[in-house]
Design a protein around this ligand. Structure first.
Ligand SMILES: Cc1cc2nc3c(=O)[nH]c(=O)nc-3n(C[C@H](O)[C@H](O)[C@H](O)COP(=O)(O)OP(=O)(O)OC[C@H]3O[C@@H](n4cnc5c(N)ncnc54)[C@H](O)[C@@H]3O)c2cc1C
Ligand code: FES
Length: 268
């Protein structure tokens, strides 16, 4: 998917939590086309001549606007955090293939860190497309401590039930995010209910969720976060081994063949 190269004005730029920012951009072309799980490639203001673009998921899209939720981790995001309201940022997108826009059964969303970003847009999309009596999405989110949990108020405002686990017990249950997830999977199995799993976050979490999808025979959708350079399929920096439709394993490029893949297709 080629996407548009759009010059976007910064409408809002605020802290989301210590070390995390929400960036809202006026992006009529990209916002009209983007679907949940796709990403955009951002040319960071001030680093246009010295740094490559940086990829970010879309936290929210539509109404001519794009919202990103990003973590400040290095040179690019340090520079991005200083972009003032009113400045212009060049954004390429939407890129890649995202999540499906409907769900068969209970949508179980599992996120860690900034991995909640595409899940927010996904929850909004699934709710908009669901039949009135369809089960609402449940978000399972984990972190080391309460400070690692992001944007939970925004999920709750959509009507999403949020179940939290922290390693230190400072919020939700003490343990890992798969603990409350496994409780829910057991309850759904007992009731004989169908569900689908959607996840984005660190690789360990993606693997754990993918195993639960393949282990239960339910659909699983995994958003792979790989280092990207070009973002458009030219450099092969973002390789992931994937089982193709013919059963053969190939080197998929997460930027153009993903970033979202079916759980059963990923070769770990
Ligand atoms: C499809 C996709 C969607 C993404 N969505 C988001 C998002 O919604 N919010 C968000 O905060 N980040 C997201 N990322 C990660 C984001 O692109 C990187 O954090 C960012 O490019 C780092 O730029 P930097 O110059 O600040 O850091 P750098 O100076 O390039 O690196 C600083 C540190 O961050 C690590 N890092 C760099 N790129 C990644 C990466 N892709 N994944 C994990 N660690 C990385 C480096 O290894 C290094 O340790 C996404 C990445 C991809 C591929
Ligand atoms: S980032 Fe260049 S091929 Fe994916």
């Amino acid at each position: 998917m080629a996407g548009f190269n759009e010059t976007c004005r910064v409408l809002e730029h605020v802290d989301a939590a210590p070390g995390y920012r929400f960036l809202v951009l006026a992006a009529p072309k990209i916002a009209a086309a983007v679907t949940a799980g796709q990403f955009v490639h951002v040319r960071v203001p001030g680093l246009e001549k010295t740094a490559l673009r940086r990829p970010f998921s879309v936290f929210d899209g539509g109404d001519g606007k794009l919202t990103l939720l990003y973590k400040i981790v290095g040179r690019g995001t340090e520079a991005l955090k200083a972009a003032p309201v009113g400045c212009e940022i060049e954004v390429l997108g939407p890129l890649g293939y995202g999540f499906p826009s409907t769900c068969d059964g209970v949508p179980l969303l599992v996120g860690g860190g900034f991995g909640v970003a595409p899940l927010h847009f996904l929850a909004k999309t699934l709710l908009a497309n669901a039949k009135p009596d369809a089960p609402k999405p449940i978000l399972f989110v984990g972190g080391r401590t309460a400070g690692d949990l992001l944007a939970l108020d925004r999920f709750r405002a959509l009507g999403v039930e949020v179940r939290v686990a922290t390693n230190d017990g400072s919020a939700g249950v003490k343990g890992f995010v798969v603990d409350p997830l496994d409780d829910e999977l057991a309850a759904l199995r007992e009731k004989g209910e169908t569900f689908e799993l959607f996840t984005c976050g660190p690789d360990g979490l993606l693997h754990a969720v993918a195993m639960r999808a393949t282990g239960t025979g339910m659909k699983g959708w995994i958003s792979m976060d790989r280092h990207m350079i070009c973002g458009v399929g030219a450099c092969f920096a973002c390789i992931q081994k994937i089982k193709g439709a013919d059963g053969n394993v190939f080197n998929a490029r997460c930027c153009v063949n993903g970033p979202v893949f079916k759980a059963e297709d990923i070769v770990w």
